[in-house]
Design a protein around this ligand. Structure first.
Ligand code: CAA
Length: 262
């Protein structure tokens, strides 16, 4: 039986294969304290071990998704070595989230700033509510993004667009974020839109989803020829699944497929 720890700063629930992780520090706009980061690492571990979970949504309670790293804790970081360790902690937690084998979606409402946007960037997909604001305001504080923002944002939207956000620190409206490719979809309600997207994903074969994500993730940073070899290997794995036989048979028989994740 999977042990689910008691969380103080987030809520975790799973319904029909869809896990929902809700940040719960609304009084601080879900600022990512070290305790909250620690719990995000723990919840990622739970998700990674739970075969029932087929997709994950990250959301925030209250007025915002997350307004960044906790500035009260950052104010206490006077020593550059301690600050480096602090950045490494956040990077490690977000790396664990990015490495989850199942599709992950950030449901952004209100604000996703600094570490909050970096959490969303560690997810596979981002959905925003109209009116949401996204940004990396760190340079306005004399800092730089430290939980992956200077690396994941340019990889996602390109160097020039990323440097616009990183060097101005401006709050990007959701509509512009959509045009930039920073978010995938807009909706009236971020969580509803994220659930809609998750349902669309979950119609597909589970092993194929994991292999497709793995192919994209492992190919990053490799040259094209090497990355294409990985794609061919994983295509081979996918073709060996029962679900592949079922998917193709269902197509030929003109009926919806019944995938079993095998
Ligand atoms: N850390 C700690 N507390 C925060 C916070 C943060 N990042 N963001 C907001 N809060 C707190 C506020 O201090 C305030 O608390 P009190 O009621 O106790 O004063 C409460 O949340 C509500 O915030 P505001 O009153 O400021 O709300 P607003 O609606 O007027 O403004 C906002 C909203 C524009 C998001 C503003 O809160 C803001 O600019 N927050 C900081 C954003 C930021 O700079 N984030 C980057 C942090 S650095 C970082 O993340 C580094 C990294 O890469 C790892």
């Amino acid at each position: 039986v999977l042990e689910i720890p008691e969380f103080a700063h987030l809520a975790y629930e799973v319904e029909e294969g869809l896990a929902l992780v809700t940040l719960k520090r609304p009084e601080a706009l879900n600022a990512l304290s070290q305790d909250l980061l620690q719990e995000l690492a723990e919840v990622a571990e739970v998700i990674a071990q739970d075969p029932e979970v087929r997709a994950v949504i990250f959301a925030g309670e209250g007025k915002a998704f997350a307004a960044g790293a906790d500035l009260k804790e950052i104010a206490a970081l006077k020593d550059p070595f301690a600050a480096r360790e602090y950045a490494l902690l956040g990077q490690q937690v977000f790396a664990e989230i990015a490495a989850l084998p199942v599709p992950t979606i950030a449901a952004i409402h209100g604000y996703a700033l600094g570490g909050g946007l970096e959490l969303a960037l560690a997810c596979d997909l981002r959905v925003a509510a109209k009116g949401a604001k996204l940004g990396l305001p760190e340079v306005g504080l004399g800092l730089i993004p430290g939980f992956g923002g200077t690396q994941r944002l340019p990889r996602l939207i390109g160097r020039g667009r990323a440097l616009d956000l990183i060097l101005t620190g401006r709050h990007v409206p959701a509509e512009e974020a959509l045009a930039l490719g920073l978010v995938n979809r807009l909706g009236e309600d971020a969580l509803e839109e994220a659930k809609k997207l998750a349902r669309q994903i979950l119609k597909n074969a589970p092993v194929a989803l994991a292999l497709a994500k793995e192919s994209v993730v492992r190919g990053e940073g490799l040259d094209l020829a090497e990355a294409l070899e990985i794609e061919a290997d994983l295509f081979g794995y996918a073709a060996a699944t029962e679900d592949m036989r079922e998917g193709v048979r269902a197509f030929l028989e003109k009926r919806p497929p019944g995938f079993r994740g095998e």
